[in-house]
Design a protein around this ligand. Structure first.
Ligand SMILES: [Ca+2]
Ligand SMILES: [Ca+2]
Ligand SMILES: [Ca+2]
Ligand SMILES: [Ca+2]
Length: 271
């Protein structure tokens, strides 16, 4: 009987050991199951270059561009867009020259496909004045796009480098139906006019409407869903036909400083 009792005890001990083991195995399986859905995070960071994971965003202002399977018709009117409307209403320069929203007020939309970043603007402006040309185009009614193509690598970089773009869009020299032009001020090694950026403008009732298609090759990037870039959108206003000058500049970013990309916002490409 003693032997049976000992065997019984051994069995109880073994069962006692087995159950905790089973419990541990269950628990660890459970933990792995819980962690699996989060695996895209390490996969993303450890993945191929160009597949950044949008962990960090700029608190200055973060916006989204939505994929479009049908390219918008670049005719000035964003009626063919389904993207949401974003405000660009922070006065960065020349508040003293702006009498109110009838003088200058702006909003914009963003979309993308494999070939282009599309930008559409709706600008309330009392007088259309654009008599400046080429690198001076910001001294007339115009659009500015800031784009940092190396967002994560440069997240804390407070100076411009060769992947930071400042592009000006002249929506029509002399009038909204006048010749369009685009100009790259930065990066320094790519300065000059760009004739591969498509621009169209319509104006009626004190509102200037502009559509722009910027080839991704401009920024030297290959777009994909989830890609993340530094970004800021701006509007220059001149109402003085006798003098080329940037009277007022509005942005979607309250404290946009051209020379410091950490003051810009950011842009995520959405499906
Ligand atoms: Ca259109
Ligand atoms: Ca104005
Ligand atoms: Ca940069
Ligand atoms: Ca104006």
């Amino acid at each position: 009987m003693n032997r049976f009792a000992k065997i019984f005890l051994v069995l109880i001990v073994l069962i006692g050991i087995s159950f905790p083991f089973a419990g541990v195995v269950q628990a660890s399986n459970g933990l792995f199951d819980d962690e699996n859905p989060e695996e895209p995070v390490p996969d993303g960071t450890g993945g191929a270059a160009g597949t950044p994971t949008p962990i960090r965003v700029r608190m200055n202002g973060t916006v989204k561009a939505y994929y479009t399977s049908v390219a918008p018709s670049i005719d000035g009117d964003w009626g063919d867009w389904s993207s949401p409307e974003n405000p660009a209403r922070f006065v960065v320069v020349g508040g003293q020259h702006r009498s109110g929203t009838a003088d200058l007020d702006a909003s914009y939309k963003l979309a993308w496909d494999e070939n282009f970043l599309y930008i559409a603007a709706k600008i309330r402006d009392d007088k259309y004045v654009q008599n400046a040309r080429i690198d001076q185009l910001y001294k007339g009614d115009s659009i500015e796009v800031l784009f940092d193509s190396e967002f994560f690598g440069d997240f804390d970089n407070t100076s411009l480098n060769n992947d930071d773009y400042q592009i000006g869009i002249n929506p029509g020299h002399g009038s909204p139906s006048g010749p369009k032009e685009a100009y790259v001020w930065y990066p320094a090694n790519q300065v000059g006019p760009r004739d591969d950026i498509d621009i169209a403008t319509k104006r009626s009732g004190g509102i200037t409407r502009i559509e722009v298609a910027i080839p991704w090759t401009t920024f030297n990037v290959t777009p994909e869903t989830g890609a993340h870039y530094g970004f800021a959108f701006g509007i220059s206003d001149n109402d003085d036909p006798l003098r080329d000058t940037q009277q007022t500049f509005l942005s979607n970013i309250r404290k946009r400083v051209l020379a410091n990309p950490t003051t810009w916002g950011d842009l995520t490409l959405m499906q």
